[in-house]
Design a protein around this ligand. Structure first.
Ligand SMILES: C[S@@+](CC[C@H](N)C(=O)[O-])C[C@H]1O[C@@H](n2cnc3c(N)ncnc32)[C@H](O)[C@@H]1O
Length: 331
């Protein structure tokens, strides 16, 4: 989680800026711009004539970004309400064929949890159990909790939350909803707290509902498919030989998927190992710049404890490979 209702210092800003090697001119992309922290820094560093295309699914986040970025020349910013999955069409509509760098900040912002327009993402605040970042989506967390079969709920908590007590939580939900539907965040959080015990995490105790809430948020927003699609589309748009992409994520689902997607793009060929030669013809697209995820500094975590779960991974697009008439490849 990152962000605040005024322009703020976004999580791992120094690391994002250094890795992207942001310079004057060009086109830069901010995926999941939220209140616009990275967008503002991209605009400053690609001045005087560089452009930033910033996307978010949340209309309220974009309204905040618009206010926060009002001092920048409007012709240098495009703020677009779109999902990561729509990046390729957003770029094509903007007439952009290559971009110099892209940052994708997954997850949700402080405003989406604590602001006036909060979404039922927190178990610490009593709200309708909604969790949609994109208000045009049809299915809320309450819909999932009140309609999925017990085994589907258990799979959701296990697969998206790595919740060890997924079965017990699913059974408790199904028992409770036979009496009445579960409508609010606190109803669900209290039910989970009464069902499972909180687990210690280092020297802190994690709230018993943490993983179940993360799993529901991931499912409602189809976050993992969107993340993979966003990475793949951004990488294809990067300037060959120099364009870089940075992903900042906040939980193990997102970080694991980022790592696997980058590795697949680095390897290229996806043929089974049993085949003697490649038949898929995919070539490596990127070089991974971060063998291990980069974590926030101790100073940053001390100043902003909510940054502690952030992980940064990055890739650079490889130079284009030209093939001659015989199909031989050269750089
Ligand atoms: C952590 S916040 C971004 C904060 C921002 N980087 C900053 O520091 O100002 C993540 C943002 O990503 C948006 N988001 C999450 N999933 C998205 C998706 N699939 N497509 C577009 N935006 C998404 C959320 O609405 C949220 O505003």
């Amino acid at each position: 989680m990152s962000g605040s209702s005024s322009i703020h210092v976004p999580v791992m800003l120094r690391e994002v800026v250094e890795t992207l090697q942001i310079r004057s001119g060009g086109v830069w992309v901010d995926l999941g711009c939220g209140p616009g922290g990275y967008t503002a820094e991209l605009l400053r560093r690609c001045a005087p004539d560089g452009r930033v295309i910033a996307l978010d699914v949340d209309e309220d986040a974009l309204a905040l970004a618009r206010r926060n970025l009002a001092s920048f020349p409007p012709e240098r910013i495009s703020l677009v309400r779109a999902n990561f999955t729509e990046l390729a069409s957003v770029l094509s509509e903007a007439g952009v064929t290559t971009v110099n760098g892209c940052v994708l900040d997954a997850g949700f912002s402080r405003d989406q949890v604590l602001g006036d327009q909060s979404r039922g993402l927190s178990f610490l605040k009593d709200e309708p159990l909604d969790m949609r970042l994109d208000r045009t989506l049809k299915t809320t967390a309450a819909d999932l909790v009140n309609t999925l079969e017990q085994r589907e709920l258990a799979a959701l908590f296990r697969d998206f939350g790595q919740e060890r007590q997924a079965g017990r939580i699913a059974a408790a939900i199904v028992r409770r909803r036979r009496q009445r539907p579960i409508r609010t965040t606190l109803e669900l959080a209290e039910l989970i707290t009464a069902t499972v015990s909180p687990r210690p995490r280092g020297n802190r105790v994690r709230h018993a509902a943490t993983k179940a809430f993360m799993a529901l948020r991931t499912a409602v927003n189809d976050e993992l498919s969107a993340l993979r699609a966003g990475i793949e589309q951004a990488v294809l748009a990067l300037q060959p030989g120099s364009g870089r992409m940075v992903v900042v994520s906040y939980d193990s689902n997102e970080d694991g998927l980022t790592k696997r997607t980058f590795r697949d793009l680095e390897r290229g060929c996806r043929c089974p190992a049993s085949l003697p030669t490649c038949v898929c013809g995919r070539r490596p697209e990127v070089r991974v710049l971060t063998k291990k995820p980069v974590r926030p500094s101790r100073e940053e975590i001390a100043a902003n404890p909510s940054a502690r779960s952030a992980r940064l991974r990055a890739v650079e697009r490889l130079p284009e490979v030209k093939t001659d008439a015989d199909g031989a490849a050269s750089l």
